[in-house]
Design a protein around this ligand. Structure first.
Ligand code: F6R
Length: 621
């Protein structure tokens, strides 16, 4: 999830570009860069790894006078392909230095395109998937008879051949009055001013200049000029665009209209899951393309250890259910902070799955080092490209949740669960414990989840009402069985950290071994109920557990699958979630708990993005 800007008009391009990047820095801060067409056949480019301040410092050293010109493209990066470095920072140039591009998204067929370019003798300067598009447009513009000399047609001919999700914005030194952008499945909005046009990832980039904006369909290109803009389909025919007026203030615009980043991140979960799955099922096979372990290495694994902290640990608990079920391998899940202080038994046949959103968590990093010292193979599941844990691991599978600003993990958690399941399927495939048909069905079920999340997010009003109602409770308990148990732990953690309310998650079967003593009149208890279709026995067992707490006066808030007719008498409040396969239910049942915690916190007057005493990245043990 990067921030991108394109501008044509009469203002100073440098100032417009840098201001827009500042407004979008929350979208990524691995690097920043601008390219300006100076109107005399040159592009002036500067880009720097790290926060925007580094770019500004580099520009200051050169002197802003060097950056004359109105037409600009700019980028603030959340790294996906290639580490966060000056070399991988956008914009990327073609070999002539005339064409520059910025990109948000993932180009899935970039490896094949890269090979093609290398075979044609093109020298690639970065490790990104983006750079190939600059060279391809260059070849179309300078050497292909059908598109030669036509900037717009050259861009269209290239984007037609791309697979994946992308917003690309190109500038051309010989066409300083034009910026060309194209989008598929990633955001792009046009800002329409007087004698100027903006193209950006979100309206925050240009809201101080114009409130007139245009929303674009999938697979559309925009040709922006000072006197207006054209919207085209990738085949060059005119496309529809929907004008709208932005009525947010600047702060609301940065948060996509949500009062808190966390709420925006909850809403981004369909994309976090689909982006994490993207490109990992090719020709009927699960592909972990960012891992450096061969299929043979996966075949040799005889035990899996999962190490992680907090929410990432809960995602690891879910991994245990899936990996054991699909692969018949034993899986141990351990808090990273405990792992290295006991004599855990591992060797070169052990696969250690280290899960971390930030990739910097000290406890998890130390667990990785401990595992490597014992010759185990370490596969990191991480959301932050180039961070320490993936650097030290033997292999990495990136989650593509984009930057998470809210301290509490939401979309990163769902992306971790998704990636862990991909690891499980890859292990099952390598070991032959699941047939190709079974694996294809499991993957298809995963691919259906983003749509189900979107549907669920449209019907969560009742969760908000419940949060208001129970916001003054002193304790809330969470119960679950099987995969519902880690979800119960995650729901309790969210409530503790955001609302500062006492909460505990329990395996429902454990209740009668002690915690049931906590149950008293009107105590709210949130219960995850598995679908009777996928888990009939567990379903009836948990209904018995609900009966036990109801008999002692508890108020039950039940999260159950749509169509579960038997559950209503057990629920003082029923929250229905779309049905899916048993193992995938946590990708849905967690969401009402995230919303519940955020709403209780707001009702209690707390800032949900910055809970007290917590930090996003915990770099001390
Ligand atoms: C809870 C939360 C934390 C993190 C934990 C690990 O909402 O965000 O529990 O999950 O600190 O962080 P990472 O995943 O960065 O290693």
């Amino acid at each position: 999830m990067c921030g991108i800007i394109g501008y044509v008009g009469s203002r100073g391009g440098l100032q417009v570009g840098v201001e827009a990047l500042r407004r979008m820095e929350y979208r990524g801060y691995d690097s920043a860069g601008v390219a300006i067409a100076d109107g005399t056949g040159n592009l002036i480019i500067e880009r720097k790894a790290g926060e925007l301040a580094n770019l500004e410092a580099a520009i200051a050293v050169r002197g802003s006078g060097e950056f004359q010109g109105s037409t600009v493209i700019g980028h603030t990066r959340w790294a996906t392909h290639g580490s966060p470095s000056d070399r991988n920072a956008h914009p990327h140039l073609d070999e002539t230095g005339k064409i520059a591009v910025v990109h948000n998204g993932i180009i899935e067929n970039f490896a094949a395109l890269r090979e093609e370019l290398l075979a044609a003798g093109v020298e690639l300067k970065s490790e990104t998937d983006t750079e190939v598009t600059a060279h391809l447009v260059s070849r179309a513009y300078f050497s292909c008879p059908e598109t030669a000399g036509n900037f717009v047609e050259s861009v269209l001919s290239v984007v037609r051949g791309l697979v994946g999700a992308f917003t690309l914005v190109f500038t051309h030194a010989d066409h300083p009055d034009t910026v060309v952008a194209a989008r598929r499945s990633t955001p792009l909005v046009v800002g329409v001013g007087e004698g100027e046009t903006f193209i950006a990832s979100d309206v925050a980039a240009f809201i101080e200049h114009t409130r007139n904006a245009v929303e674009l369909d999938q697979d559309t290109a925009v040709v922006a000029r000072t006197d207006g803009f054209e919207v085209l389909n990738f085949d060059g025919t005119p496309s529809v665009a929907r004008p709208f007026v932005i009525d947010w203030d600047l702060e609301a615009a940065e948060k996509g209209g949500f009062p808190y980043f966390m709420l925006k991140e909850i809403a981004e979960q369909p994309r976090a899951v689909s982006d994490t799955l993207r490109g990992h099922f090719i020709d009927g096979r699960v592909v972990l393309d960012e891992q450096r372990l061969a299929e043979q290495d996966l075949r040799e694994v005889d035990k899996v250890f999962v190490v992680a902290c907090g929410s990432a640990y809960h995602s690891g608990l879910l991994a245990k259910y899936a990996i054991e079920h699909w692969t018949r391998l034993p899986v141990e899940v351990e808090l990273a902070s405990e792992f290295r202080y006991r004599d855990s038994v591992l060797d070169s046949s052990t696969l250690v799955l280290a899960i971390s959103q930030s990739g910097e968590t000290a406890d998890t990093l130390e667990a990785v080092r401990h595992a490597k010292a014992q010759k185990a193979r370490v596969l990191a599941v991480c959301n932050t490209n180039g961070s320490q844990i993936p650097r030290e691991a033997d292999a990495v599978l990136y989650t593509h949740a984009g930057p998470e600003i809210g301290v509490a993990s939401t979309k990163a958690f769902l992306a971790q669960v998704t990636a862990n399941y991909l690891v499980g399927l890859a292990l099952a495939q390598a070991r032959g414990t699941k047939s190709p048909g079974d694996i294809a069905r499991e993957f298809a079920d995963l691919e259906a989840v983003p749509e189900l999340i979107s549907r669920l997010l449209e019907s969560v009003e009742s969760v908000r009402e419940l949060a208001q109602r129970y916001s003054e409770s002193s304790t809330i308990l969470f119960l679950g069985r099987h995969v519902g148990y880690p979800v119960a732990l995650e729901g309790a953690l969210k409530l503790k950290e955001l609302a500062y309310m006492h909460a505990e998650g329990f395996a429902a079967g454990e209740l009668k071994h002690g915690p049931i003593a906590l149950v008293e009149e009107d105590l709210p208890i949130i219960v995850m109920v598995p679908s009777p279709k996928t888990h009939p026995i567990l379903h009836s067992k948990i209904l018995s557990n609900i009966r036990e707490v109801q008999a002692r006066g508890a108020r039950t808030i039940v999260i159950a699958s749509e169509g579960d007719e038997t559950v209503a008498p057990f629920a003082d409040h029923l929250i229905e979630i779309p049905s899916t396969s048993g193992l995938l239910q946590p990708l849905l049942s967690t969401i009402p708990l995230q919303i519940f915690a955020a709403e209780v916190a707001q009702a209690r007057g707390y800032n949900v993005d910055k809970p007290r005493n917590l930090a996003k990245s915990v770099t001390v043990e």
